[in-house]
Ligand binder design. Structure first.
Ligand code: AGP
Length: 606
């Protein structure tokens, strides 16, 4: 999970490459580098650290001058972050950047060492650079073809050959790659934001297609060297979507974009008051026959699935499992032809989630993907796709993508309930109306979240923190806890409130912060009892509560009230102050909110 870019045109490529890498830093940010043709020689500059470190190094060593080059921002897998392990990696004849993992690199490295190659890094990528050199016979296409026949694993590769100044070569398998098409300039990139400043026209590259770019020509070739005609897409995102636009951080901007993201995802899918998923392959007949659902995803997307399970089971009354994709893929899951596997992923390229999708397909189960990135691997491989329209999510901590994943869970549950007749038409219509009202309610709530900053200031020094809740509030707590851990580095756990006393309550001592969530009427009294149990043991409680409930104000040190909507929709509003709580805590602690340590946005490794 790294970011790659490449440029060939008439402008100063170093500037364009670094600019593109900035848009891809969400994919990895522990080192960066570029390689540029300068007077027909390849000049490489790379550095451990952020792009600022690379720029500083270039200001000392000199910025490579030329109109063609490749660049990389890294999330280390093989070999620690260091100058040497940074990309590009080179051999006598070429330089490359790589996103992915070469699984058989040890075996290939041993063979190449026997042939006299000397390696300087610990990376799997350097093996590809040396292998390309080994096979190189003056013909880049044939050389690349031989190399992809020899390597196992995943790759998006950008390559420049010394003998072919001002030409870019690229190929991919299981890692994303697009080709951006401009006027007198062309690009390769891992993702659209990297090219958006220069062009919104792009091709999606398929597995093992070999790309050859010059400033005024794009060739996409099959392994038989046949030219492939492809659809030229136009990105609908504007440049602002990938910029901070005055917000201090992408995460804050994305939290505030949630009403719009919800609206874009939901409103086109409600027709005459009823859900209309508009997916041809998801026929009413197919939905009628579904007897069991498996929701498979990772991290935040999996937490959206936890809410989805509650909603589907309550509206449709069919058993729904939620599985962590990395567990699902090795668990020999029990799948039957009448099951439906729902895959949720923002990026559409998470390695474990993609593997889970493939496993479900091998078992002959219909797969439905809920994906944000158009044309991503998961979107392309699933039997049916429902796109979420959140726009680009740049902050590593997912917020608006979670929100729209929830929206699709509601739409899907309502559609299924309608088809199976488990809810009356009137009830479905009522819920659809409530879904359309949500953006306004979110906007109103976002305006009233000033108090959250204060709560963060009260909790920022905690070393441990607990979230407790029941039912939907528990599902929501899992996400609130992940957000806090991820960006503020405070250890936190989400617990089903009734489960605390079976062990974990021994950790509750004086001043341990507990955030209790109580939005569900049928569970309110039970959660209040659990709050009393922790408060009696000294916990400092922040209660997040449905404003419709009568609250004994002495129950908690701090209270925040959530506007009332239908019980099943409460998570949608309740998560907002909890996202902001994680955000402000991270800011107060001086953490790098958008790029938390050790993480990257797209997890394309197991
Ligand atoms: C959440 O803030 C994380 N970025 C992470 O848990 C993420 O949701 C997970 O890696 C899944 O990613 P995906 O949605 O792109 O598949």
């Amino acid at each position: 999970m790294c970011g790659i870019v490449g440029y060939v045109g008439t402008k100063n490529s170093a500037e364009i490459l670094v600019d593109g890498l900035r848009k891809l830093e969400y994919r990895g940010y522990d080192s960066a580098g570029i390689a540029v043709f300068e007077n027909d020689e390849i000049k490489v500059c790379k550095a451990k650290g952020r792009l600022d470190d690379l720029e500083e190094k270039m200001s000392v060593e000199g910025v490579p001058q030329g109109v063609c080059g490749i660049g990389h921002t890294r999330w280390a897998t093989h070999g620690e972050p260091s100058d040497i392990n940074s990309h590009p990696h080179s051999s006598k004849t070429l330089s490359i950047v790589h996103n992915g993992i070469i699984e058989n690199y040890i075996e290939l490295k041993a063979k190449l060492i026997k042939k006299g190659y000397v390696f300087e890094s610990q990376t799997d990528t350097e093996v590809v650079a040396k292998l390309l050199d080994y096979y190189y016979d003056g013909k880049p296409f044939e050389t690349i073809k031989k190399v992809i026949g020899a390597v196992k694993g995943s790759y998006a590769l950008g390559i420049i050959f010394k003998d072919f100044p001002n030409q870019l070569f690229a190929v991919r398998k299981d890692s994303p790659l697009i080709v951006g098409v401009g006027e007198n300039e062309n690009f390769i990139a891992s993702d659209i934001p990297a090219i958006l400043k220069y062009t919104n026209k792009y091709y999606l590259i398929d597995e093992n297609e070999i790309v050859i770019l010059t400033k005024d020509n794009v060739s996409i070739l099959s392994l038989d060297q046949e030219a492939i005609e492809k659809e030229l897409f136009t990105a609908t995102w504007d440049i602002e979507a990938a910029e901070k636009c005055g917000y201090a951080h992408f995460m804050l901007k994305e939290i505030f974009e949630q009403p719009e993201a919800w609206n874009k995802t939901v409103s086109p899918r409600i027709t005459d008051g009823f859900p209309n998923l508009d997916v041809d392959s998801l026929t009413d007949e197919l939905l009628k026959g579904v007897e069991k659902i498996h929701i498979v995803a990772c991290g935040t997307a999996m937490h959206a699935g936890m809410v989805g399970k509650n909603v589907i089971e309550s509206m449709v009354r069919i058993p729904t499992d939620v599985c962590i994709a990395s567990e699902f893929r090795y668990s020999n899951p029990i799948l039957s032809k009448k099951d439906l596997v729902i895959i949720i992923s923002q990026s559409g390229e998470t390695a474990d989630t993609l593997a889970a999708l493939r496993l479900a397909k091998q078992n002959g189960v219909h797969t439905l993907a809920v994906v944000n990135v158009v044309g991503s691997s998961i979107a392309r491989e699933a039997d049916s796709v429902i796109y979420t329209w959140a726009g680009p999510e740049i902050a590593v901590a997912s917020t608006k993508a979670y929100m729209v994943q929830l929206s699709v869970m509601y739409l899907f549950a309502l559609k299924l309930a309608l088809v199976k007749g488990t809810l009356s038409e009137d009830k479905v219509r009522e819920y659809c109306g409530a879904l359309l009202d949500i953006p306004q309610k979110m906007s109103d709530l976002l305006e009233k979240c000033e108090d959250i900053k204060y709560f963060s200031s009260r909790f920022q020094n905690a070393e441990n923190l607990f979230f407790i809740g029941r039912g939907l509030d528990y599902a929501l707590s899992l996400e609130a806890s992940l957000k806090l851990k991820e960006i503020s580095y405070i250890h936190s756990e989400a617990y089903a409130a009734g489960e605390l006393k079976h062990g974990t309550i021994s950790l509750i001592t004086d001043n341990i912060p507990v955030i209790a969530i109580a939005t569900q009427e049928n569970l309110y009294e039970k959660t209040i009892s659990n709050i009393k149990e922790v408060a009696t043991r000294g916990a400092k409680v922040l209660l997040i509560v449905n404003e419709a409930f009568e609250v004994d104000e002495s129950i908690a040190k701090y209270i925040f009230k959530i506007p009332t909507v239908d019980a099943v929709l409460m998570p949608v509003l309740t998560i907002i102050p909890l996202q902001l709580f994680a955000y402000y805590t991270s800011v107060l602690k001086g953490c790098d909110v958008d790029k938390p340590r050790n993480l990257a946005k797209s997890v394309t490794v197991e």
